[in-house]
Write a protein that binds this ligand. Structure first.
Ligand SMILES: CC(C)NC(=O)[C@H](Cc1c[nH]c2ccccc12)NC(=O)[C@H](CCCC/N=C(/NCCC(=O)O)S[C@H]1O[C@H](COP(=O)(O)OP(=O)(O)OC[C@H]2O[C@@H](n3cnc4c(N)ncnc43)[C@H](O)[C@@H]2O)[C@@H](O)[C@H]1O)NC(=O)OCc1ccccc1
Ligand SMILES: [Zn+2]
Length: 261
């Protein structure tokens, strides 16, 4: 594995790898949204939630124990996402995707993020492995439900929690965000599509993820098995660095424009 810093000019062989790739899978995490002002998963507890770790809040038990606390956390996070814009990293991936499809190639965006910043940057997302903040379903009967955007301003944590709305399809159900909580299975269609894309790819780029949360963090290993090049873009070392061919140390909003210019 070769580690490169963003200050260095991107070596010709990495530029060639990116230029010549035709079937690319990008696996993204919270880091790609950091430059948009979205706190990464490890930083998203403020106010009401600061005494909890994200792993504690993002669980069925936490929702059962205190549905209002967890429900409000998700509505607040959604309002934060609604208040920010995609950054150069998101936009670069959308442009690269468009470029490759014009060349009869493809770029598949697979994300762990529950935000819609890839889509708002114009990219098509193959799969949200951990669901989406903007989608909701009944915690009992599973019926999907449409909800208006949250009324928070996204930056100041709401003072008091609000109860989740009741389900209109069953007597006692309440709504929950359509995200994957710890201990819950990932949506098989998204995970299987991601695995299939990596099995067909000629390059995998892992952007802004600590590479800790499973089974998402195992997806790049499918590329390793096939011997295709793996590139990591992250200011810091991650749980996946050791299996990478190249690790470019830098912020994705700065590295991707340079890599793709
Ligand atoms: C903590 C971890 C060890 N735990 C797990 O992995 C668990 C348990 C587990 C399963 N298998 C295992 C094997 C070994 C050990 C543990 C497990 N996995 C699960 O529970 C999964 C479900 C996991 C999904 C949980 N939901 C999320 N999100 C949705 C909710 C919500 O968002 O609220 S995970 C959530 O956290 C993860 C956060 O990780 P990152 O995105 O990487 O973000 P992080 O903050 O960690 O790091 C940011 C990175 O960005 C970098 N960065 C910062 N700025 C920038 C910048 N500017 N540019 C580039 N990079 C940048 C930083 O350096 C850093 O590296 C994301 O995946 C995110 O989606 N379910 C399941 O396994 O079910 C089983 C099962 C099996 C059978 C039957 C029933 C069940
Ligand atoms: Zn219901």
């Amino acid at each position: 594995m070769r580690e490169l810093s963003v200050t260095e000019s991107v070596p010709e062989d990495v530029v060639a790898l990116v230029r010549d790739a035709r079937r690319v899978v990008v696996l993204s995490g919270a880091g790609i949204s950091a430059e948009s002002g979205v706190p990464t998963f490890r930083e998203v507890q403020r106010g009401l939630w600061e005494r909890f770790s994200a792993e504690e809040l993002a669980t069925p038990d936490a929702f059962d124990n205190d549905p209002a606390l967890v429900w409000t956390w998700y509505r607040w996070r959604q309002s934060l996402i609604d208040a920010v814009e995609p950054n150069a990293g998101h936009r670069c991936l959308a442009a690269w995707q468009e470029h490759l499809s014009a060349q009869h190639g493809w770029l598949a965006v697979v994300t762990q993020n529950v935000d819609d910043l890839h889509e708002r940057a114009g990219a098509e997302v193959l799969g949200h492995l951990h669901g989406s903040l903007a989608a909701h379903r009944c915690a009992d009967c599973g019926e999907p439900a449409e909800l208006p955007a949250p009324r928070y301003d996204g930056f100041t944590a709401p003072p008091t929690p609000e109860d989740p709305p009741g389900c209109e399809s069953c007597p006692d159900g309440v709504l929950r965000p359509d995200v994957v909580w710890f201990g819950e299975m990932l949506p098989a269609p998204a995970f299987d599509a991601a695995a299939a894309a990596i099995r067909a790819a000629d390059l995998v780029v892992v952007v802004g993820t600590s590479g800790i949360v499973q089974p998402a963090a195992s997806l790049p290993l499918l590329g390793l098995e096939r011997g295709i090049p793996l590139i990591e873009i992250n200011p810091e070392e991650t749980g996946l660095t050791e299996v990478m061919d190249f690790a470019i140390r830098g912020r994705s909003g700065e590295v991707l424009p340079r890599l793709l210019s």
